[in-house]
Ligand binder design. Structure first.
Ligand SMILES: [Mn+2]
Length: 329
């Protein structure tokens, strides 16, 4: 881990009376866990009012503090301090973005490859960290805050979400040391892993079957592509949380290097989730499709405002070219 300016963030926190914590639009487990843990950490240090933006769906509703979250549309401010965690200010929902940019001071705590430190009062970026939750634990250590059971549950969610249950290459010895400290708090780690990584609604299972059944292969099988149309999602009663995780196993078809899932959110609004085994940098692909896209080399996302068929053709072309380049190299 790199040394973070934890004292700088501590000073911003100490002088604030209203604080906004937020992940990007459509937060994942790392973002939820990090926001809720940092909320408890700040509350134990100051009397500030601390809002966490968002709504935790079925997968995260059990998290300590989740019931108190404030839906994005109800975020108004003004805030003295706004902190974005596990994503950057370019990926906030419109009402949260407005509150963020009106805040007197802003900060970011993030570990994404594509995140820039520009545009914040203070930026804490650690690209070596497996998760933003791991970074929040580092902040708590620097601030002298002891772990407890609720902190451990919140932080464990991010650690297992971002490492795929300790399987991805971002898992380090430090990751396991963090996990050991969290398990020392007596959390039911197996129950958390089931809720966060394995459990799905019936609509999610049916949607997964549909996506896999209709997946197409390109670049001699190096690219696999799946689609979730609005029609199919409506027919199955599937929500955004039912889509989470579908793309992950697709990249492990033998011969595959890259998987992409296209989710039709509107007639000209397509969310892409990309996964790579490592040869192709999918964060770069995401940025090529839209400058607001990005993420990690092996896992990235982007929103493209164009019809599904058009986006599909574009991403196939981009990925075929990227695979071709690695073969030529
Ligand atoms: Mn993360």
């Amino acid at each position: 881990m790199v040394a973070l300016d934890s004292s700088g963030l501590g000073r911003l926190v100490e002088s604030a009376t209203r604080v906004l914590l937020t992940g990007p639009e459509d937060p994942d487990g790392d973002s939820f866990g990090a926001c809720l843990a940092l909320q408890r950490a700040i509350r134990s240090l100051t009397d500030a009012r601390v809002d966490v933006a968002g709504v935790a769906g079925f997968r995260y509703a059990w998290l300590p503090g989740a019931a108190e979250m404030v839906p994005d549309q109800a975020i108004a401010g003004p805030y003295d301090l706004a902190i974005v965690l596990d994503g950057d200010r370019h990926r906030l929902s419109p009402p949260v973005a407005r509150a963020f940019h009106r805040a007197a001071t802003t900060a970011i705590v993030d570990h994404h490859d594509t995140t820039s430190a520009q545009g914040y009062t203070l930026a804490l970026i650690d690209r070596e960290a497996e998760s933003t939750c791991g970074m929040v634990l580092g902040l708590m250590d620097a601030w002298g805050l002891p772990l407890d059971h609720a902190f451990a549950e919140q932080l464990y969610v991010g650690v297992i979400f971002d490492t795929g249950g300790f399987r991805y290459s971002n898992t380090s010895a430090a990751t396991h040391r963090v996990a050991a400290r969290l398990l020392d708090q007596g959390i039911d780690h197996s129950a958390i892993a089931i809720r966060v990584l394995m459990e799905q609604r019936r609509a999610g299972m049916l949607l997964r079957a549909r996506v896999l059944d209709t997946a197409t292969f390109h670049a001699d099988g190096a690219v696999v592509l799946g689609c979730v149309t609005q029609g199919v999602a409506r027919q199955l009663g599937a929500t955004r949380l039912d889509i989470e995780g579908i793309v992950d196993p697709m990249v492990y078809v033998q011969g595959c290097e890259v998987a992409v899932l296209l989710v039709e959110r509107g007639p000209a609004e397509i969310k892409l989730s990309l996964r790579s085994r490592g040869l192709v940098n999918v964060a770069e692909i995401a940025r090529a499709l839209n400058p607001s896209g990005g993420g990690h080399q092996k896992a990235a996302g982007v929103l493209v405002e164009a019809p599904l068929a058009e986006v599909r053709e574009r991403v196939i072309r981009e990925l075929e070219a990227a695979v071709e380049q690695t073969r030529a190299a």
